[in-house]
Design a protein around this ligand. Structure first.
Ligand code: CO
Length: 449
């Protein structure tokens, strides 16, 4: 049979699917019964680790995330395990020293990760250098991610420039990461076409159903020659998650970009995860009734966040200020130089907006906002207006170099702290869990022993 331009699918049910629709509460025991079948289904990769799963394992599920990875690896013999990494933030919310980043990547690869998708919330590639180098050295496939957003500054050319820098740093493939479902079908066609023309590596498109456009967006991207798309099995698809895997396989059957995956093979897996979802909703009392929300297109607030913000406002007895709050977010984003809203910038801008509508604009300024203005998260897409800067940090100096250059090696310190807490023989994985989520990890270790 002659080689055709088969569309590849990354299945996200084990990571983004369950993170988007079940608050990342899926347990390893929910996954294990289907791993062999998932391994044999014909996916390009299974996104199964990283993102919020690491935190959730330790915090909510009483599971060791490293142990989960080893379990996954013991079943997944053919299909690569893919993870999502936030560059210098690793899986946390702040910048870590280079020794922590490098060691984390090494341990992830050693324990079973084969593809690492790496992104930075500001698209500042300096924040990806160390993790990309470490991943390459460890022998992983490095996928550099360009975070997609819409602003008066961002054009296809600005995204291409980021992608080119990532390829120069050694990216084996490029992901267009549209975390809020903002990418419209024809915009996707043009962007993918440009990437396919200008870049020599495979292009992976990642989007969410939040605004209701995702399937159309994928179809136009497929027509433009995208190599890989991310989908979730139907029980964990749509809403704020990805388009449904089965639907895409069926849609392309017999067409030029047939996925080569037999949809019948997926039916038992789908049935299993439908039950898992039902059970998770009951056990964790999850609210998963998430409708399509086109407001995301105007306010760029990721789906999960809209409901979180509304709940927070209700708790403060200020639900009536909610419309003001969603108007406030784009204003703050503009003042901060149009950062894409993705972890951690989405949370930072979200809390600033809440403070602004409850107390008056910038009456209270959290340290994280000051750090963005100081350059401690990296370079913002547009330079921050000097007057705004002065209002937030006064005459403090700003940094223009790679933020982690200021961070001394941290591993020794973390190991020492852990020893003082009663764990002198902790292995490197435990040290890294502690480095990322100190209090949560200590509680986990205590409950485990
Ligand atoms: Co996503």
């Amino acid at each position: 049979m002659h080689e055709y331009n088969k569309l590849k699918i990354v299945e996200t049910v084990l990571r983004d699917g369950q993170q988007s629709l079940a608050a990342t509460r899926m347990r390893t025991s929910d996954m294990v019964p289907m791993l062999e079948q998932l391994d044999n289904a014909g996916f390009y990769a299974l996104e199964a680790w990283g993102g919020a799963t690491f935190d959730s394992c330790l915090r909510f599920l009483g599971e060791d995330p490293w142990e989960r990875l080893r379990t996954l690896k013991s079943y997944l013999k053919k299909t690569p395990i893919q993870m999502l990494l936030r560059g210098q933030n690793i899986l946390g919310y702040q910048h870590y020293a280079d020794d922590v980043v490098t060691e984390f990547v090494n341990r992830a690869v050693d324990n079973g990760v084969r593809i690492i998708r790496i992104f930075d919330a500001l698209n500042d590639v300096r924040n990806l250098e160390v993790s990309m180098q470490a991943a390459k050295k460890a022998g992983a496939h490095v996928q550099g991610a360009v975070v997609y957003t819409i602003s008066p500054y961002h054009t296809d050319e600005t995204f291409l420039k980021v992608a080119q820098e990532l390829v120069e740093l050694g990216a084996d493939s490029i992901c267009i990461k549209d975390m809020s479902g903002l990418l419209a079908p024809y915009a996707a066609y043009n962007l993918v076409k440009m990437f396919k023309t200008e870049l020599a590596v495979p292009i992976n498109l990642h989007t969410h159903y939040t605004s209701g456009m995702a399937s159309m967006t994928y179809l136009k991207a497929i027509e433009a020659g995208v190599d890989i798309i991310d989908c979730a099995l139907s029980p964990f698809a749509l809403g704020t998650s990805q388009p449904a895997t089965e639907a895409f396989i069926a849609a392309l059957e017999g067409a030029e970009r047939d996925t080569g995956i037999h949809k019948e093979k997926l039916y038992p897996i789908t049935d299993h995860f439908r039950n898992v979802k039902k059970e998770l909703i009951e056990s964790f009392k999850l609210n998963t009734a998430i409708d399509i929300d086109t407001k995301v297109l105007s306010f760029q607030i990721p789906g999960g966040m809209l409901s979180n913000l509304l709940n927070q406002m209700k708790e403060q007895g200020m639900a009536d200020k909610y419309p003001e709050l969603i108007e406030e977010m784009p204003k703050i984003r503009a003042e901060l130089g149009y950062p894409p809203l993705v972890t951690p910038t989405s949370q930072i801008v979200g809390s600033m907006a809440a403070f602004n509508v409850m107390l008056g604009r910038y009456k209270i300024v959290p340290e994280e906002i000051k750090d963005i203005v100081r350059g401690k998260y990296g370079r913002t897409p547009v330079e921050i207006d000097p007057e705004f800067r002065k209002m937030i940090i006064g005459d403090e100096s700003i940094i223009t170099y790679r933020p982690a250059d200021d961070i001394e090696p941290q591993l020794g310190k973390f190991r020492q702290e852990l020893a003082q807490a009663g764990y002198p023989n902790a292995n490197m994985e435990d040290v890294l869990s502690y480095a990322l989520f100190p209090e949560v990890a200590l509680t986990f270790f205590k409950n485990k022993s």
